[in-house]
Design a protein around this ligand. Structure first.
Ligand SMILES: C[S@@+](CC[C@H](N)C(=O)[O-])C[C@H]1O[C@@H](n2cnc3c(N)ncnc32)[C@H](O)[C@@H]1O
Length: 250
């Protein structure tokens, strides 16, 4: 999408993001597993790539984990800063593929399909390599992502009605490029006052491709679950939580 860069999605969606994706039981479950992987309260440091408004970082920090973040969108980070505890989380503004932060982390994680916000295979591989440099010897890199399903598209397009209320309609309109593994979408928020366009672009990868990227970065797949309650990953799973670490480490 011409004119779309790393901060576009966050800058345009920041004011509605928390209304659409509120904290709740699901986010507590995610934070609980991440806290365990970081070694619990007082354990290792954690780094969230694309921390956004702190939907996951805040409940993780509330569990006693020292959480840091990176995000490209000042508007998303401004929302984080308005929340209790949100002022105490160090956030580096920038592209998370660079992983431009100091020190090493026991846990680096990227959730909610956001690894796919890196729009080329080269950028995704570069991110894996930079993450590997920032992990402690026993550290892990956790990715939560969907399993690609090209059947979702007919003639490489889709339209989904995601919300219908008395005063608004949310349509998701997408085009698919199976060669580049790219999906360009618009969330179209329609109200009596007019239509608001919230663009999102992504480059998806199958779990096997992610595993290969990990190998290129000197990491190996340790665990793959279908969800945050460690559900078994099967051929029917539509999403995965994958945990990568250094070969031979515990
Ligand atoms: C779907 S939100 C996820 C936010 C948060 N991780 C959560 O789970 O609620 C995606 C976030 O990724 C950020 N983002 C997208 N591409 C980025 C990039 N290349 N570098 C840094 N941040 C990026 C956006 O600004 C936004 O905050």
């Amino acid at each position: 999408m011409e004119g779309y860069d790393a901060s576009t999605y966050g800058d345009l969606i920041a004011d509605v993001y928390d209304r659409w994706h509120p904290r709740g039981e699901g986010t507590e479950t995610i934070a609980a597993l991440l806290a365990e992987l970081a070694g619990g309260a007082g354990g290792g440091r954690a780094l969230e790539l694309a921390i956004g408004t702190g939907r996951i970082a805040l409940p993780l920090a509330e569990r006693g984990v020292e959480v840091h973040g990176i995000d490209a969108s000042e508007a998303m980070v401004a929302e984080l800063r308005t929340k209790p505890g949100g002022g105490r989380i160090p956030v580096a503004l920038g592209d998370f593929a660079d992983v431009a932060v100091e020190g090493r982390f026991r846990l680096v994680y990227v959730v909610f399909n956001t690894f796919f916000a890196l729009l080329t295979q080269a950028e995704q591989v570069r991110c894996f390599r930079n993450v590997a440099e920032r992990l402690t010897d026993d550290g892990v890199f956790v990715i939560e992502a969907f399993v690609p399903d090209p059947k979702r598209f007919e003639r490489q397009q889709s339209v989904n009605t995601n919300r219908v209320t008395v005063d608004e309609v949310l349509l998701d309109v997408s085009r698919h490029d199976p060669v580049a593994q790219r999906i360009d979408s618009q969330h179209m928020l329609m109200r009596a006052e007019g239509i608001r366009l919230l663009p999102v672009s992504l480059r998806y990868a199958w779990p096997s491709e992610l595993d290969l990227m990990a190998q290129l970065a000197g990491l190996r797949l340790r665990e793959r679950w279908a969800g945050w309650r460690r559900e078994p990953f099967t051929a029917a799973s539509g999403a995965h939580v994958s945990v990568y670490g250094r070969p031979g480490s515990p």
